[in-house]
Design a protein around this ligand. Structure first.
Ligand code: ATP
Ligand code: MG
Length: 281
């Protein structure tokens, strides 16, 4: 890590609910899902590469603390991980590694049970870590676990923007709905961004967003317990056999098959993020 290129620290302020927010920048983006295995890690890694290509300084943080696998997708064998930072065995700079797409990553290491539960220590460690890393990058992507466990919800509470990944399968959509509902009621979020992955047809994502929005309008936000929540469709990624091939080879799709339909779709989503969330204030 080169500290000399670091930008001025962004003001991290605690919201009334204790949530760490960076309202002026929108630069911590959590990538999450209701159902597991829908493509969060694939999207985090390739979105990071696409944003790097657009000139942004990007860190991907493996926030799936118990069952991390960003290292597998990126073919990295880290000697030092987030666990070593938290336990004081190494400094933050020693644990940050350069990924193939030109961005930086902080890997969690897998299978450490003590980090799969949200204890006060894990909360504190994580908050301190975020305060240190956020000012150094244009954007920090949090690759979270799936579902609505307290660890996942805590990671989401650290983000100024939530990018929810869902596939068109009914089970994925009902789980996505459950996640959005919790974000509206517990975190009082008013906006969630949706990416539909493994879309079968063009237009799938737009239709799915409209359907989910209709259900949310009907059942969430009408009873005073949560504000109305708005879903913003950020794009679709088609089913593409090149994705599986890249994952099997442990390569970034954007490097291995930059012209394939899924790569182009990830590039478009990066462009939309730059035009909205990551636009300089
Ligand atoms: N657009 C796509 N086309 C084809 N296959 C895909 C696509 N997106 C994801 N996949 C497949 O889905 C698998 C799971 O993706 P990934 O590991 O990113 O999911 P995840 O949401 O991070 O899972 P977990 O919840 O376990 O963390 C990939 O290994 C890949 O084979
Ligand atoms: Mg994952």
């Amino acid at each position: 890590m080169n500290d000399t290129v670091a930008s001025a620290p962004a003001a991290a302020v605690a919201s009334p609910s204790g949530v760490l927010l960076h309202p002026s920048r929108g630069k911590v983006i959590a990538i999450t899902s209701g159902k597991g295995g829908v493509g969060k890690t694939f999207l985090s890694a390739n979105l990071a590469a696409a944003l790097t290509r657009r000139g942004l300084r990007v860190l991907v943080l493996d926030a799936d603390l118990g069952l991390a696998n960003l290292d597998v997708v990126l073919n990295l064998y880290p000697k030092l991980t987030l666990h070593d930072v938290f336990s004081g065995r190494c400094t933050l700079d020693e644990a940050i590694v350069q990924a193939p797409g030109g961005f930086q990553v902080l890997l969690a290491g897998s299978g450490l049970v003590e980090y799969s539960r949200l204890t006060p220590e894990v909360r504190e460690d994580f908050l301190r870590l975020m305060e240190q890393v956020v000012p150094r990058y244009d954007v920090v992507l949090l690759d979270t676990g799936a579902g609505i466990s307290d660890v996942v919800l805590f990671a989401l509470s650290l983000a100024s923007e939530v990018l929810l990944v869902a596939t068109p399968e009914p089970t994925s959509l009902t789980d996505a709905y459950a996640t959005i509902k919790v974000l509206a009621t517990q975190q009082r979020r008013q906006l969630v961004r949706l990416v539909v992955n493994q879309a079968a047809r063009p237009g799938d994502g737009r239709a799915i967003t409209a359907q989910l929005q209709a259900v949310l309008n009907r059942f969430v936000g009408g009873d005073g317990r949560a504000a109305p929540i708005r879903l913003v469709h950020m794009g679709d990624i088609p089913v593409d056999k090149a994705v599986r091939e890249a994952v099997m080879r442990r390569q970034l799709l954007l490097l291995q098959a930059p012209g394939c339909p899924a790569s182009l779709a990830v590039g478009q989503i990066a462009g939309r993020l730059v035009d909205t969330v990551l636009k300089p204030a």
